[in-house]
Design a protein around this ligand. Structure first.
Ligand code: NAI
Length: 695
């Protein structure tokens, strides 16, 4: 039986290897087998030292998070690691690939750590709303000091061999032949009788930290600034700080308590949901697993405007050669100038070395000649939002693009099936809907048109990952998933204003829930004229927003919108002029005081309601896809897991009941719960319980 652990002997050294593909996760079974293997080696008189390594591509990717919801069987990881550290024979962790989370904590339980040059070490628990729960917050500060430990633990970001060796995390780094070198290292330790080093007993790094507390406090202040309402970062710091006041065992027990509390809390559940959601989104309905991606080595972006420039940056930053094409020389120069200025600003802040800057700029080129699309594997159109123009461009591409090139449009509202019909190769056409600013926002809606070929979707997904995006595949409809839901919320913002809430009330409800900004401030930031222009073209209306635009109040760019802004400031200030305007516009509405809870419900539940319709129509495949879209494209608070997860947490019966209530008191039938919510609520079910398609 494969227990996930193999043991063999090389002379008087015992080699214990974790063998639990694909990432050697510490499942219940593996922990038990490792514990048994370590104790057996300890008792074996033929063994002088133990080398602990991982089979396959990595040392160990960490805990088995799929087992998180279930009861943990013995031995739990901290107990296993104590057992490893407590050995009197030297234990050497031989690391390659990754040692993440529990894998890194096991390595910290060993007496020595050696690694290959490719090693990446990280404690990414914070990204799942947790703190390292197996000694990481207690051992790491004792090894490298509090400030450096805080940086690693609170960011969750990996460090490579060079940095790890520099700060003292690794005792030796090898270019190749890890096991042979680790064995030689072990034999030397045995021969020289090098005393074993238990990190739990080390004090020097703690003393050094105590002597320089301002360095730690500065680090912590900078790290917690980015906590975005999440509890885990501060909990990491609290546990790290305990190393200064608590003996090791007490600090470890306290670490466990904090870990368990976070693990059972809503935020961590939400963050784990999002972790799995990202993986689930990579599986797309009806696409055979063996579908091969087309090679994408060269990209062209049509249109050097706001979006075109940002999109080109995504590729250039990932080292993929990209040409921006715009027939208007001024627009082209302006667009390229903006891209360059953006990169130079990053370099100036220290985010990009001079060499990297030169490299990135060299992958970017500009052209005003459409023929230059010829060598590109992927062409992304980001010109004005105008159907006739887009169809002309796609008809032209048909004659110019090489066979098999993927033809994408960044349209945010036009029918992609119609755009595809302008070519003789609709199977190569799809939507790649980036979000503004495209070089920053992680979301990429991949819009599958009627005839989009499976390998085109797979290619889009793969290239999205290469440029660091979170891809989510959606179907064609007005606004796709994200903007369609935004639109539904926008309708409620209008109604709330007319019924008695102020822009400040609305934004306070949203920020209280965890959004960084409320919808009114976001509108002011993005420019209210954008939506106004679209509404005029589509012949639709928004009573309040239109009236605000008619006063020339376009948001921050004009110093006033829903709010007013002092010169040079981005702080939204309530403006009596707007409040008077709303009262005038609301003449036929009986205005009332609207409670915070109602404001919040009417900002969140319409998202859920529209999301349910989108699911029912098959525009999104699974509720977690919708959550990813709102988390990565619209600033939905991470700790809430996305609108659909949040609705599941509330319970769909309650969601249905509240929607019915608001529909009744406002006579707004749009607020009636969608049929899917009613069906699920009646069966006591959740969105998550729906059958998961794909894969
Ligand atoms: P923009 O107005 O900033 O830029 C459009 C650019 O297209 C201009 O530089 C123009 O010179 C160029 N252009 C016009 N005709 C062209 C042609 N025949 N060939 C090549 N280039 C041509 O527009 P923006 O905001 O960048 O939007 C572009 C597209 O992206 C639109 O479809 C829009 O709906 C979509 N989009 C916009 C978002 C935003 O927040 N601005 C977000 C997501 C999608």
């Amino acid at each position: 039986m494969n227990t996930g652990i193999t043991t063999r002997q090389d002379g008087r050294i015992c080699i214990i290897e974790i063998d639990n593909p694909p990432v050697n996760a510490m499942s219940n079974a593996v922990r038990a087998a490792l514990f048994a293997a370590v104790t057996a080696a300890a008792q074996d008189e033929g063994v002088d030292a133990i080398v602990l390594a991982g089979k396959g591509k990595v040392f160990c990717g960490g805990a088995e998070i799929r087992e998180f919801g279930q009861p943990m069987s013995e031995p739990i990881l901290p107990v296993l690691i104590d057992e490893i550290e407590g050995q009197t024979k030297p234990v050497i962790a031989a690391l390659h690939g990754v040692a993440f989370g529990g894998g890194f904590e096991i390595a910290l339980g060993a007496h020595f750590r050696v690694a290959t040059r490719d090693i990446k070490l990280a404690l990414p628990e914070v990204k799942l709303g947790l703190i390292p729960g197996a000694g990481g917050t207690q051992r790491l500060p004792r090894l490298i000091g509090l400030a450096k430990a805080a940086r690693l633990i609170v960011t969750g970001e990996p460090v490579g061999a060079k940095d790890a060796e520099m700060v003292g995390l690794l005792d030796a780094v090898f270019d190749s032949d890890l096991l042979a070198n680790a064995l030689a290292f072990a034999r030397k330790i045995v021969a020289e009788k090098t005393p074993i080093r238990r990190i739990s007993l080390m004090t020097a790094a703690l003393d050094a930290s105590r002597a320089d507390m301002p360095a730690f406090e500065d680090e912590v202040a900078a790290l917690l600034k980015r906590a975005r309402g999440l509890d885990a970062p501060a909990a990491c710091v609290e546990s790290i700080r305990n190393t200064l006041t608590m003996p090791f065992a007490e600090g470890l027990a306290r670490e466990r308590e904090i870990f368990v509390k976070l693990r059972d809390g809503e935020q961590s559940k939400a963050q784990r949901h999002l972790f799995f959601a990202e993986r689930a989104a990579l599986k797309v309905r009806g696409i055979p697993a063996e579908t091969k991606a087309r090679a994408i080595a060269k990209v062209a972006v049509l249109g050097a405007g706001t979006m075109g420039g940002g999109i080109a940056m995504c590729f250039a930053s990932a080292g993929i050669p990209v040409t921006i094409i715009d027939p208007n020389p001024e627009a082209l120069a302006r667009g390229m100038g903006a891209v360059e200025a953006n990169y130079r600003a990053t370099a100036k802040r220290g985010g990009l070395s001079e060499a990297a800057l030169a490299r990135v700029l060299a992958t970017l080129s500009a052209s005003s000649d459409f023929n230059d699309v010829a060598g590109s594997d992927l062409i992304i159109e980001a010109v004005f939002e105008d159907m006739a123009l887009k169809k002309t461009i796609f008809a032209n591409l048909d004659g110019l693009a090489k066979p098999g090139a993927i033809l994408a449009t960044n349209t945010s509202s036009l029918d992609i099936n119609e755009i595809a019909s302008a070519t003789t190769r609709p199977q190569d056409v799809l939507g790649l809907h980036f979000f503004s600013p495209a070089n920053v926002m992680r979301l990429l809606e991949i819009v599958r048109a009627e005839k989009t070929a499976p390998d085109v979707l797979v290619s889009a997904m793969e290239v999205a990952r290469r440029i660091g995006k979170v891809p989510v595949t959606v179907g064609v409809c007005y606004g796709f998933v994200g903007n369609r839901m935004l639109h539904a919320r926008g309708g409620q913002v209008e109604r709330l204003l007319l019924e008695g809430a102020s822009p400040a009330d609305i934004d306070a409800a949203a920020t209280g829930f965890g959004f960084a900004m409320g919808p009114c401030a976001v509108g002011d930031l993005a420019g209210l004229d954008v939506g106004w222009r679209i509404r005029k073209e589509r012949g639709t209306k928004a009573i309040v927003a239109d009236a605000i635009c008619e006063l020339g109040r376009f948001g921050q760019k004009t110093g006033k919108g829903y709010f007013r802004y002092e010169a040079g400031s981005r702080t939204p200030l309530p403006d009596p002029e707007v409040e008077a305007l709303i009262v005038r516009l609301a003449a036929e509405h009986a205005r009332r005081t609207i409670g915070q809870q109602e404001v919040l419900d009417r900002l969140i539940l319409p998202l859920v309601n529209e999301g349910a319709r989108i699911l029912d129509e098959g525009i999104a495949e699974r509720s977690s896809d919708i959550d990813l879209i709102w988390i990565n494209g619209y600033g939905f608070p991470v700790g809430r897991g996305g609108p659909m997860f949040h609705a599941d947490s509330l319970g769909l019966a309650k969601v249905a009941e509240r929607l019915d209530h608001y529909a009744a008191i406002t006579a707004d039938e749009k607020l009636r719960p969608a049929p899917l919510i009613v069906r699920l609520a009646a069966g006591g079910k959740s969105f998550e319980s729906l059958p998961q398609t794909g894969g």
